[in-house]
Write a protein of this length. Structure first.
Length: 278
């Protein structure tokens, strides 16, 4: 299945490409010995913001419809310098006009306010602030077009456990026909801030067929066979144990069986010699 990538139209070519990654830095090391956990983490691809290496921004929610966007750069590679802030005040009920105030942290240049507002819109969807309360929507560096009949699921980074954790709304988009820009909507509590950097993923995407599954009850014979298969696996797992250098015991049986399932099936290529007919 082939998915077509399109760069962020507001910042084409800036930001890391989506990639598959099974590891999570905050999980304990022994998580590497759990293949089903790593398979879950590597589902689909991580998505990154449209930021260069020397850029970062933050977006915070102060409560009562007040949000702050801050943009900074590291021009020398030694120190981050704050360039500007944009303070947003939503109208009562979060519907209607909003107040936008730009605060420049470097010497003022002509047109700086309009430039700052345009830069903020490259990274966040300003029109979606506060929908629902505390929501901030972060844009991705690449967008996706799926083949006919396939949808894209947009979620937070799977198995990301570091605290604090902001909820992310999960969306499913019919990206085979709908032109959708990648975005991830975080829900912040008052006082919370998200800092976004070039090399940190902002979310994860995976692709699913639009055809809905149907369910049926397993037969009595299938239930018996399933139990036999389960008992056989756990017997083999118990007899196939290894230890890490630290001394932790684990079994690679699941991974071994998974690899066997992925081997191409077919008849052996071994040629047999037959007797010549007289």
């Amino acid at each position: 299945m082939e998915v077509t990538l399109f760069p962020n139209p507001l910042r084409p070519g800036i930001g890391l490409r989506p990639k598959k990654e099974a590891q999570r830095p905050q999980l304990p090391q022994h998580a590497r010995l759990c293949p089903v956990l790593e398979a879950g983490s590597s589902l689909g691809s991580l998505v990154y913001p449209p930021l260069a290496e020397n850029e970062q921004f933050h977006i915070g929610f102060d409560g009562e419809g007040i949000y702050q966007f801050g943009y900074s750069v590291n021009a020398t590679g030694k120190k981050w310098e704050q360039i500007f802030f944009v303070n947003y005040q939503l109208s009562v009920g979060a519907i209607g006009m909003r107040k936008e105030e730009v605060q420049l942290m470097v010497p003022e240049t002509p047109g700086f306010k309009d430039t700052a507002l345009a830069i903020a819109r490259m990274f966040i969807s300003v029109d979606d602030l506060g929908t629902p309360a505390g929501a901030v929507t972060i844009r991705g560096a690449y967008n996706f077009q799926t083949p006919p009949g396939w949808d894209t699921i947009y979620s937070g980074v799977l198995n990301s456990t570091e605290r604090p954790v902001a909820p992310v709304l999960v969306t499913r988009v019919e990206t085979d026909w709908y032109v959708h820009d990648s975005e991830f909507r975080y829900i912040l509590s008052p006082g919370e801030i998200i800092t976004v950097s070039h090399n940190l993923p902002i979310g994860q995407v995976f692709f699913v067929p639009r055809e809905e599954p149907t369910f049926r009850d397993g037969t009595d014979q299938e239930i018996v066979e399933r139990q036999k298969t389960s008992h056989k696996f756990f017997d083999e797992k118990a007899s196939n144990k290894k230890k890490t250098p630290y001394g932790m015991e684990y079994s690679p049986q699941y991974q071994k069986m998974s690899r066997e399932q992925q081997k191409p099936s077919g008849k052996s290529n071994t040629k047999t010699k037959g007797k010549k007919k007289k």
